[in-house]
Design a protein around this ligand. Sequence first.
Ligand code: JCF
Length: 677
Amino acid sequence: MNHSSASDREEAQALRAQLQEHNYRYYVLDDPSVPDSEYDRLFQRLLALEQAHPDLITQDSPTQRVGAAPLAAFKQVQHRVPMLSLDNVFNAAELLAFEKRIHDRLKSEVPVDFVCEPKLDGLAVSLLYRDGLFVQGATRGDGETGEDITQNLRTLSTVPLRLMGEGFPSELEVRGEVYMPKAGLAELNQRQTSAGDKTFANPRNAAAGSLRQLDPRITAKRPLELYCYGIGHVAGGTLPARHSAILAALGKWGFRVNPEIRSAANAAECQRYYDALLARRDALAYDIDGVVYKVDELALQQRLGFVSRAPRWAIAHKFPAQEEITRLLDVEFQVGRTGAVTPVARLEPVYVGGVTVSNATLHNMDEVARLDIHVGDTVVVLRAGDVIPRIVRVLPERRPPYAPVVMLPAACPVCGSAITREEGEAVARCSGGLFCPAQTKEAIKHFSARRAMDIDGLGDKIVDQLVDTGLVASVADLYSLASASLAALERMGEKSADKLVAAIAKSRNTTFQRFLFALGIREVGEATAQTLARHYETLDALLRADEASLLEVPDIGPVSARNIVQFFAQPHNREVLDRLLAAEIHWPAPVKADVSALPLSDQTLVLTGSLSQLSRDEAGDHLRALGAKVSGSVSKNTTAVYAGEKAGSKLARAESLGIPVYTEDELMSLLREHGRL
Ligand code: JCF
């Protein structure tokens, strides 16, 4: 080893300070001033200096986050100030009672204001700083004694190794919640599955499992983050007199404090905060199970004190649970438009995520096998946001004796045709094709849908009757329906029959794109239909296309290409097609426009949430007219998402993928800018 000079020492010192500043801007302020490459360069330079001169290594060096040797066991840590938990309230009345208890106990007319924050679903930790240096990190444990997880906490980029700024007490214990963001948990679980390891049921378990690792190198690979929410032991200095001011000071010293934190003057304002955050729950990057209210003034906190383990000056206001336990009553098999046979769980009704749920999809037989689900099992149902409820796991210890396993039926429950499942495919299918009334019904529902042929008034119940009575056997039959035969159906008067016939007639005037989408070719969604319509321009040209030529069309993959060719090769489909054209379904001739010259031709956009100034369909039509592809789901290929009110999972997904999200107003300006409004 080569001894370091004074200038080496100064350089190392300067590098550490720069890296700390960049780290702070990146993780705490969320506002990096340099690209990652610059950070990496500084980091590599410091690493090289320290390798050449190990005497330059300091405890707070950013190179020293990982590197401690695995432990044999965690040491115990006595909390000098107990780590409290929180009591809960579940509704507005209980919240008002909380506020009243505070006023009664304080016996004063002074106003009491609160600080509101999201309640993270993670693990509470304590971080001890001595003269600004991180010296000990611990779990909450039972509130009195926790475990020493210093080496693991050091690996989190959001845990400052040294405090910034000035004015901090010489001994400062900061408390906060370590959590795993939704995207990180999903990714981790995917990795766990690929490696054949067990997945984590929720972010809390994932955070706890990741922090309680004896080998910090494992913790270092887990996407954990920290938000600080309070303090514990303090000596050798003073802190502000209000909780809100303490949080602000923590932010200045380099801690991450949740930017959603707000002040509230009373319980009514707390309730408004709760309502607003609940509406945005799914759009947040992390799971929360409620909000926390704290009395802002520390002097009042002190006077209020605590009961057993929980402070009287704080409360958790819980959101409706998104996971509940119920019983699987039966599994039924539904047949879709393409014959896909989907197992559906019939559940004992349970209130979860704000609604009563009695059905949940089981997706396919692989999912049934993965869950190892039996009829009669006690199951955990998840309903997050507006997504379809699903079963996340079963509780095998509660399985009743002789609970039957779930088996794929050999024959279609609707038409009796054989059910087949191709090698390597997760999906089982009814082989009955359009002989199967279930497939016929679904095909007609798809054909008449708003985004397809847009036949107003042709609801599901009517389609079921049309097929069951034999009036309609294929979509082509719709165009020869007489008002008189419709009027004979249940709950269908003469007037509505006339209206429906008119709506069917009106649908004949359509677009090539809508017509292609309406046919219900497997894997041909709206975006693909649009691509095909633009590329081939006429139905004749598309009918002449073979797989090779389809594969040359941008965005058409081998699976869609094969499905398209197979669809048009079937005599039955050709017959329906001919009859539809004979019924005078028509669309405007292609305008000879160079699509690539359209202003949005290179964009794939997603619309979500509810718009106030026009419908999502109208907005989609405008965007398509400008050359954009409008897709129903967010993927890494999405250029941007336009989100209206109450946007849910698509918004969250866009945020987790780092895809730009714009407002309705920005959408309106875009359309105005291009002369669509
Ligand atoms: O986010 C949390 N889970 C959370 C837990 C936030 C807080 O402000 C807390 C907490 C537990 C105890 N405050 C206390 C006093």
